[in-house]
Design a binder for this molecule. Structure first.
Ligand SMILES: Nc1ncnc2c1ncn2[C@@H]1O[C@H](COP(=O)(O)OP(=O)(O)OP(=O)(O)O)[C@@H](O)[C@H]1O
Ligand SMILES: [Mg+2]
Length: 266
């Protein structure tokens, strides 16, 4: 077994009468790719929020690389190497695609130069030894976004916005990347390409990826492990070929029809 990079230890979270997380226990191995599935309101985003510091669990701990990060603020967790995208892309709408990426790489530069407030956009990032602009251009290429370089983020199509958001999250070269529905709001034809592009850009063997996804074909294609959420609980934690055939997962999440289709596809 390779190194456990992340440990969600007995997490519980309620909102009034709603149990959004119930005794969640997950150990994630470095370099693995986890697909998080579950119907609306099952607790997927709550889980992502607790790992990234946006929500504090009522009880339980989040351990990253041996360090208890439960009480840290989101920005400090990002600094340690856990990054995320949101269900709705968080872009600077009045800026171009290139400028959005430059902002991300500037933040990296700012962090790496020990918090200097005078970092300029053309400054080289110490660990990359390249300028922010060069890195932003490279990221555009890596994510196949060069055609949108000078377009204002506001006018970009849904799929492109998703990719740009993920490219920005990748600027810090995270150890763990959490993607909350990277393909939602994207057309069926575009979805597969987007996910393939994202996995290609992030899969260097050491980045650990957790992605929330409703499309089971995408899950079975890209995840090497599935966490199935139902009413705040994890009802299955198995490789996709087992999890997607689990009777509870079929009953509560996948449905008979889709389960048959998936089995046919294997
Ligand atoms: N800030 C909040 N305040 C109150 N209730 C919340 C809050 N965040 C989540 N919930 C509730 O907790 C439950 C789990 O929500 P969560 O957003 O984690 O679900 P999800 O699995 O991400 O669903 P979806 O697929 O719709 O994104 C839901 O019943 C939701 O209404
Ligand atoms: Mg959600």
């Amino acid at each position: 077994m390779s190194k456990v990079i992340l440990h969600a230890d007995s997490l519980n979270k309620s909102f009034g009468a709603v149990t959004a997380a119930k005794n969640i226990n997950v150990e994630v191995e470095q370099g693995s790719v986890l697909g998080l599935i579950g119907t609306n309101g099952a607790g997927k985003t709550t889980f992502v929020n607790m790992i990234t510091g946006y929500l504090k669990p009522d009880t339980g701990r989040v351990i990253f690389d041996g360090k208890d990060i439960t009480d840290l603020q989101p920005r400090d967790i990002t600094r340690l190497g856990i990054c995320r995208s949101f269900q709705i892309p968080q872009l600077y709408n009045s800026m171009t695609a290139l400028e959005n990426l430059e902002v991300s790489y500037s933040v990296v530069s700012l962090i790496e130069s020990h918090g200097s407030l005078f970092t300029k956009l053309d400054k080289a990032i110490p660990s990359y030894n390249k300028t922010v602009k060069a890195l932003a251009e490279e990221a555009l290429e890596r994510f196949n976004l060069t055609a949108y370089r000078d377009k204002t983020a506001r006018v970009l199509p849904g799929g492109v916005r998703k990719l740009l958001d993920i490219a920005m999250a990748m600027a810090v070269r995270p150890k763990i990347l959490l993607l909350d529905e990277p393909t939602s709001g994207v057309s069926a034809e575009e979805k597969f390409d987007i996910m393939a592009m994202v996995m290609n850009a992030v899969k260097d063997g050491s980045t650990t990826v957790l992605f929330v996804e409703h499309d089971m074909e995408i899950v079975s294609k890209h995840a090497d492990r599935v966490l199935a959420f139902y009413a705040g609980e994890i009802i299955a934690d198995e490789p996709p070929e087992i999890a997607l055939r689990d009777p509870k997962v079929i009953e509560f999440i996948v449905g008979e029809t889709q389960a048959k289709m998936l089995q046919g596809a294997h």
